[in-house]
Every structure is written in C-alpha cells, then in structure tokens.
Design a binder for this molecule. Structure first.
Ligand SMILES: Nc1ncnc2c1ncn2[C@@H]1O[C@H](COP(=O)(O)OP(=O)(O)OP(=O)(O)O)[C@@H](O)[C@H]1O
Length: 475
C-alpha cells in the first residue's frame, strides 16, 4: 500500500467513526446545508419520528420535521440554544447551531436535548430538591464545624470596638495571617472565631491550640502530628496534628507569646513553605489554612529580650488587631453589662432586672483586670444572689466597692502604680472571697489560673489568709 492508500484508509476509518458517533447521539440529530436541505439525519431521530432516516436526506427540513427552524438559523447565523419545539403533540427542547466557514454559514447542526420538556421540568425540580438539601447540610455542617461566635456576638458601642469589627470583617475577606493582641478576657478568641465565621472557610474546621497549655516536648507533635512509634507513649497508628486538622479552615494559635523559642523556627518554616512533616515521618504534607494568632503578652518587649523571633512576628502580624482593655474603653462597660445582664436574666427567666446608679458607678470605676470575662462572671454571681430586681452597690462583690474609696497606694499616683494597686487589691479580695482557692479566684476575676499565679508572684501576695486579718467579704 502506498502513502495515498494509507491516507484513504485512515480517512475512511475516521468517517466511519463520525457516522457511529452521529448515530449514537441519544435524542436525535440532523444536519442541513445553508438552504435547509437535510444532509444528515441520525437513526435515533428517525426512530423517534417514526421515519426512515436515509430517506430524509435531500428533503427540506420543514418537510421532515414540523415547525423546523433549521433554514432560519442558516439565514440568521444565530444559534438557538435550549428552545422549545412543538412536534407530534410534544414539547421538545432543542438546539440549532450554525456551522460557519470564513464567516459564512455552510451548515446547521440540530439536536434534540429533551424529547419532552416535562423531562426537563422533572430534572429542574430534582435539582431544586438537591439544592435545598445542600443548603440544609451546609447549615448542619456550619453548626457542627463552625464557631460559636460571629461578629454580632461582639458587644461594645465604643468607636474602637466598631472599628475593630470593621477590621475583622476586612480580614475575613483575605487569607492573610491575623495577630490579635489584648489582655486576658478582652475577647481575642471571640474575634478569631468571628473572623473565621465571616470568611469563606466557615464550613471548614476552626482548630484551636493553646501554645501555653501544651508541654514543650509535645507541642511539635500537637502542631504537626506524628507517625507511629515516633516517641514513647505515641499512639501506634500515629496522629494528625492541628495543621492537618485545620485543612481548608482556620488554625487559631492561642497564647502564641508562650511558644517556646526552639519551636518558633519550626512554626515559621511551616508557615513560609506551607508544608511540613509529621514527627517521625518523612512525607511532605501540605495544608491550606489561615492562621489567626493571639497573645496577651507584649511581643515588642519579648522581641527586644530575644524571647520571640522577629521573623515569626512579621509573618504572623500581617493584619494586626489590638483590643484595648475594658478600662480603656469605659463607655463600653455599662452597655456591655446591660447586654450580659439581659442575656443572663433571659437564661434564668428573670425579666426586668436593672442596675441602680451606684452599681453602675462601681462598674465604671473598677479596673477590670479580667476584662469582659470578669464583668460577665461578676454579673453572673451577682444575679444568682440577688433579692429583688434592682442591682445596687451592696449586691456587687466587695472588691468592687473599694475602687470607689480614695486610694492608699504608698503616695504614688502614676497610672501604672494606681493600676497595679487596684489589681493587687482585686486579687487579694477575690482570694479572700473564695477562701484562697486559686481556681475559684481566677474564675471570679475572669483570668486564667496561670495568669493569676503570675500576678500573685508579681505582687508578692500571700497564698493564704494571715491570722487575725479580717476583711469581710461581701458574698
Ligand atoms: N466584646 C465582647 N463582647 C462579648 N463578649 C465578650 C467580649 N469580649 C470578651 N467577651 C466574653 O468574655 C469571655 C472571654 O473571651 P475570650 O475567651 O475571647 O477572651 P480572650 O481574650 O481570648 O481571653 P484569654 O486571653 O484569657 O484566652 C468570653 O465568654 C467572651 O464571650
């Protein structure tokens, strides 16, 4: 066989294949020339119309197919997609596509998409059912996976809080790392959850890791996971770390200031390379996550002291959110207290609870070392012991009364000294009220136990009641 024969054989095979494809177009198809004369008519269309496909070739399209518009499409050159077409008592859905060469129509391809428009409506209603199911599952997933708090859960009327909420909303629209700084109880986790919730990652996990609460040697395995037998006590089948678990979601690195120095470059590398290995493993794992870190520590000071790496700080601090303590946004205190009271009262089914002026003044004057958490705890305690419907000064815990008295703090009146004095007094008072139970005192103050210990040490507060000392607690 010479070259030409080979080419002819290939072309014949090609033609055969095209014929087979054309005859396999499920719901029928035809082709006309530029005048509407049928050049191709497939078998399924013949079966559907009850005609012999071969004998349709050479006829005008309107003779073969009632209401045909193939010749019109040939004239206009405009495709007609998903059009209804009445034929043999049925409404079909068809498409007619002009085939052009050098801008001129040379043929028209027509195809039946649905033999009966009812098929399409059935599909459409099935799709509707599926869509509503998807919505339902999305809502369930959101419930299961997502966060408890949204931006609406953040209370505060001050300009600062309103601006921070705007900032959080802007952050949610990006994938950049966010660093939230603020004292304990200012709502750092609340903001982190709200950002996650407002982002397009909200259907994926929000994974939290408290860098201060995990022993140093376990932190790497917690973050990156481990392979079987990585260390003594490791689970025999290995375990994914928080980085893996947060895939497509958000990883919240709480208390990032407490991340041990030796762990910092490892975290930085994982953030920069966007990949990591499990402890004891050698497989590279990639995780698509957004980082939100939070701390109540002064990272500037820590960097100056060499306790926090600058490169890690810059990596985390792409979008900074600094939440000021409650005492620095005093006009948030009463609205927040009222909001929390309304919530607590509704939960306890106690309508119409209010605060008198003296109680409001005491709340405004208090320094709130535990911030909103402390405010919430104080109100909860107060409400649980309240007789009547109005909270007065005497209903508030004793340590709140003292802030209204002139201060005797060794004569110093610098803001720092006054703050330190009040903080010390509040801690002493909370310890007394709770019978020197540190867990309960920390709870009352709305701070973490470790922070309470730090402050007890800082102010050299005795860890038990001195004999003879009698400062009667309120409750
Ligand atoms: N602006 C706020 N609006 C409503 N609730 C708040 C606000 N700030 C804090 N809270 C409440 O105070 C409590 C502590 O908040 P959160 O855990 O977010 O604080 P945090 O700054 O992360 O504290 P920590 O540093 O101790 O972990 C939560 O119950 C939270 O709902």
């Amino acid at each position: 066989m010479d070259d030409k024969d080979l080419r002819i054989e290939a072309l014949e095979k090609d033609l055969e294949m095209h014929r087979a494809i054309f005859d396999s177009i499920f719901n029928g198809a035809l082709v006309t020339d530029e005048k509407g004369i049928i050049t191709h008519f497939n078998k399924p269309y013949g079966d559907f119309l009850g005609v012999d496909p071969e004998s349709q070739i050479g006829r005008h399209c309107t003779e073969s197919v009632v209401n045909s518009r193939m010749h019109i499409v040939a004239r206009t050159g405009e495709p007609e997609i998903n059009q209804s077409h009445n034929i043999i008592g049925k409404k079909m859905v068809v498409q007619r596509i002009p085939i052009k060469r050098d801008g001129r129509v040379i043929a028209v391809f027509g195809q039946v998409l649905f033999k009966d428009v009812k098929d399409l409506s059935r599909l459409a209603s099935e799709l509707k059912v599926l869509e509503s199911k998807v919505k339902l599952y999305e809502a369930e997933l959101l419930n299961l996976r997502s966060t408890r708090y949204t931006l609406d859960s953040i209370i505060g009327v001050s300009r600062t809080i309103r601006e921070l909420k705007q900032e959080a909303l802007r952050a949610a629209a990006t994938h950049y790392p966010v660093l939230i700084c603020g004292e304990s109880g200012t709502g750092k986790e609340l903001f982190a959850q709200a950002i996650h919730h407002a982002s397009n990652r909200k259907l994926f996990p929000f994974v939290r890791i408290n860098c201060a609460a995990i022993p140093k040697d376990l932190l790497e395995a917690e973050l990156f996971g481990y392979e079987k037998g990585a260390f003594t006590g490791a689970r025999s089948d290995g375990k994914p770390g928080k980085f893996e678990l947060a895939h497509q979601g958000t990883l919240f690195l709480d208390e990032v200031g407490d991340l041990p120095l030796e762990m910092q470059p490892k975290l930085l590398r994982a953030l920069e390379d966007r990949e990591f290995e499990r402890v004891g493993g050698n497989k590279i794992i990639r995780s698509d996550l957004r980082i939100i870190a939070a701390t109540n520590q002064d990272l500037d000071q820590m960097m100056a002291d060499g306790r926090f790496r600058k490169d890690l700080f810059y990596r985390l601090n792409v979008i900074p959110i600094n939440i000021p303590p409650l005492r620095k946004r005093k006009n948030d205190i009463i609205p927040s207290a009222e909001y929390i009271l309304r919530q607590l009262a509704a939960e306890a089914n106690l309508p119409g609870i209010s605060m008198d002026k003296s109680a409001q003044a005491a709340l405004r004057n208090h320094q709130w070392p535990g911030n909103v958490r402390e405010l919430s705890n104080v109100l909860e305690r107060t409400l649980s012991a309240l007789n009547g419907k109005t909270i007065g000064l005497s209903d508030l815990p004793f340590y709140l009364h003292q802030n209204r008295k002139p201060l005797s703090n060794g004569g110093s009146s610098s803001l720092k000294a006054v703050q330190a004095h009040i903080e010390r007094e509040s801690i002493c008072s909370a310890l007394e009220q709770t019978g020197y139970n540190k867990v309960k005192a920390a709870e009352l103050l709305g701070i973490h136990r470790t922070l309470l210990y730090k402050k007890i040490k800082k102010y050299a507060i005795p860890l038990e009641k001195k004999p003879g000392e009698n400062r009667a607690p309120k409750t």
